[in-house]
Design a protein. Structure first.
Length: 357
């Protein structure tokens, strides 16, 4: 959230089976399991920077997540995703080497005029293959990296990743403040009170180059970074989510999500972000989300690739449509993630993530 709910925990259960028997799964990817032994998200704890840009080893799950809407020199749309997840198999301090409880997972996605591509990287323990440093900021797994080029915070970043037949190298420069979601970063995810710490940097301008099938494409555009951590973000009755991060033509930004529940009473929330970075938390009753078109993906299941999105209090009434309708991330725990365009009032571009379909 970018919903980004912690696909990483499911991978922890998968890869950690050789270490200990996983607990029974509940909710999507086991994210509704009790996590009483881990650190808990507590309202009122102030976020501290740059420390909170780094890992939170007492918590079970977290991510560093970037999506970018880009345009090449011919005016064609591209989309890029870069993600690093950290999952803890068990509570307790981090130890060196293979005894570390931490598992790391990276996802790279590329949506282009030629289709959608993806790559995944997995790492175990504190052996130097993956990790995050808070200051100067650096996140990496294998040769994928996201790091500060100024030595200060997240203001200026360089990002690179690669997969089969593609790679990208991009420079991100922010022109606005960090955004704290919910109540000063305390983001509630259910009516029962499950929550995470969640902040974003949605004001990046991007320049760089994408290489695909041996052809290089200079690109420019906008990017959005999400940071989130928790230990139990879902309930057992929540089975997936739909998350929107939207760059409006007015200069404002909009983050919306709904966590889908088995009883049909989906939990919704969001954040209105003005062009100068001021924020307004949105409640569920202020948000209307309606599926309008479904597309069958490579796993045989259908996902909604066109939505009606309304936030009347902020004069938003748009149709959000996937630019590349087949943007399935067939990773260890699969989901859909891709760039979208907005039609209506106001226009714009953004990203959509959908899990649990």
């Amino acid at each position: 959230m970018n919903l980004r709910f912690f696909v990483a925990l499911g991978v922890a259960l998968l890869l950690g089976a050789c270490d200990e028997a996983p607990a029974p799964r509940s909710g999507f990817a086991g994210l509704g399991q009790s996590a009483a032994a881990f650190a808990q998200v507590e309202r009122g704890r102030p976020l501290l920077f740059p420390a909170d840009h780094g890992p939170h080893d007492g918590f079970r799950i977290e991510w560093w997540y970037i999506t970018a809407n880009l345009t090449d020199e011919q005016g064609r749309d591209w989309g890029v995703q870069w993600t690093l997840f950290r999952s803890a198999l068990r509570p307790g301090p981090v130890t060196p080497g293979w005894g570390s409880p931490n598992l790391w997972m990276g996802h790279a996605g590329l949506s282009s005029p030629f289709g959608h591509q993806r790559s995944e990287a997995l790492a175990r323990g504190s052996i130097g293959q993956a990790g995050v440093d808070a200051h100067p900021f650096r996140a990496w797994i294998d040769d994928w990296s996201l790091h500060s080029t100024s030595g200060e915070g997240l203001e200026h970043l360089q990002m690179q990743a690669s997969g089969k037949d593609f790679r990208y190298r991009l420079q991100l420069d922010s022109n606005g403040p960090l955004v704290l979601h919910g109540d000063q970063g305390y983001s509630v995810k259910s009516g029962q009170g499950q929550a995470s710490w969640y902040y974003s940097q949605p004001f990046y301008r991007v320049s760089g180059e994408i290489e695909r099938s041996g052809q290089r494409y200079p690109v420019t555009g906008q990017a959005w970074l999400d940071r989130e951590w928790s230990s139990q973000p879902l309930t057992a009755e929540q089975h997936g989510w739909d998350w929107f991060s939207l760059h409006l033509d007015s200069g404002a930004k909009l983050m919306l999500f709904q966590v889908r529940q088995t009883d049909g009473q989906h939990y919704r929330a969001g954040t209105w972000i003005s062009a100068d970075g001021r924020t307004k938390a949105l409640r569920g009753e202020q948000i209307l989300l309606r599926e309008q078109e479904w597309t069958r993906q490579e796993n045989g299941r259908k996902v909604p690739t066109r939505w009606q999105v309304q936030v009347p209090d902020h004069n938003v009434d748009v149709e959000v449509e996937a630019i590349q309708k087949h943007a399935w991330m067939g990773t260890s725990f699969p989901y859909w993630e891709g760039p979208v365009r907005l039609k209506g009032s106001p226009g714009g571009r953004g990203y959509l993530e959908m899990t649990g379909y």
